[in-house]
Ligand binder design. Structure first.
Ligand code: FMN
Length: 299
């Protein structure tokens, strides 16, 4: 289903990588995207917004992946069975790397790196209750690098491991530790995906041979064409990306948020951001973004 080489994945960014952005990333060359950070509790409680988010994933091309979080293996087991019944997703990913205090204080996300027996039991529950592939997204450790033990703990139950090269305590500060990610690759035969601070094709070329693939997150927000640049050696203009996003994203607030990310780095980006921020309705926003894209790249 997934190659074991040069995988290019759009990193899950909670409340940012919406369906439209994921579809666009796939069109531009990403091999995989994930529905980000879905609560296992919300799934078992049949929260309608959550179920809608799961079901809309059908519009993405295969293989499809969903990322869940939680702290209770029984709840996760039930959530995974519900996902399986939908027959939409090929990969179920467990988040064991989110540093947000709300998630960590509830014992989910990055907190699981402090309790490896629990992390193992949760992954076992996923593995035993789905036909899909299983993956886990981790960091180097909670407050210090504990990657060797973490890999040992998760290895029996997963097909793929994504490592963001920082600790939970570090959050997003400091440099991403790629050397530790490379070393982890020697500890397992599972697919290893590296994540953190890939901003350009040059950054990607430096790491690509030492992992099975990379995730790109923040850099893809202002340059979703980075996938095309890497894979097909074909950059995609901001103008084209902006037009495509405008076609795909039907929600006003999502379009506003994503377009604000995308115009970063443009000439006059401060003024453009101010204009976008002022806009109060969907049609005006679409008209403005279309005008902007055409002004950037007149035919
Ligand atoms: C705003 C934001 C939201 C994120 N949301 C998630 C998430 O929902 N799930 C997850 O596993 N990682 C999440 N991450 C981490 C990213 O997936 C990625 O591992 C990290 O940003 C490092 O990669 P980058 O430097 O390419 O952005 C988030 C990061 C940011 C900045």
């Amino acid at each position: 289903m997934l190659n074991k080489e040069n995988l290019l994945i759009l990193a899950p960014l909670s409340e940012i990588t919406t369906l439209s952005f994921r579809i666009m990333a796939r069109e531009f060359g990403a091999d995989l995207t994930l529905v980000p950070l879905v609560s296992s509790y919300a799934i078992v409680n049949k929260n309608q917004k959550t179920l809608d988010m799961l079901i809309e994933g059908k519009k993405e091309s295969k293989p499809r992946a969903v990322q869940i979080f939680g702290n209770d293996k029984e709840v996760i087991k039930r959530a995974v069975r519900i996902i399986d019944e939908l027959s939409i997703y090929d990969i179920i990913d467990l988040n064991a790397g989110c540093p947000s205090s709300k998630i960590v204080n509830s014992g989910s996300g990055g907190a699981l790196l402090k309790d490896l027996p629990k992390l193992r039991e949760i992954l076992r529950a996923i593995r035993e209750n789905t036909k899909s592939k299983v993956s886990v997204k981790i960091r180097l450790g909670f407050s210090k690098n504990d990657l060797t033990n973490i890999i040992k703990a998760v290895d029996d139950f997963v097909d793929m491991i994504t490592i963001h090269g920082r600790t939970i305590k570090q959050s997003f500060s400091g440099n991403n530790d790629w050397q530790s990610i490379f070393q982890a690759k020697a500890l397992t035969d599972k697919i290893i995906i590296g994540s953190g601070d890939i901003r350009t094709k040059e950054d990607y070329l430096k790491v690509k041979d030492k992992v099975n693939g990379v995730m790109i997150g923040r850099a893809a927000l202002s340059n979703p064409g980075i996938f095309s640049e890497i894979k097909f050696n074909k950059p995609i203009s901001k103008s084209r990306a902006l037009l495509r996003l405008t076609e795909l994203e039907k929600d006003f607030l999502n379009l506003k948020k994503l377009s604000l990310f995308m115009v970063a780095g443009m000439n006059n980006s401060k003024r453009i951001k101010r204009e976008i921020t002022k806009i109060k309705d969907y049609d005006t926003l679409v008209n403005y973004l279309t005008f902007l894209a055409k002004e950037m790249n007149p035919e």
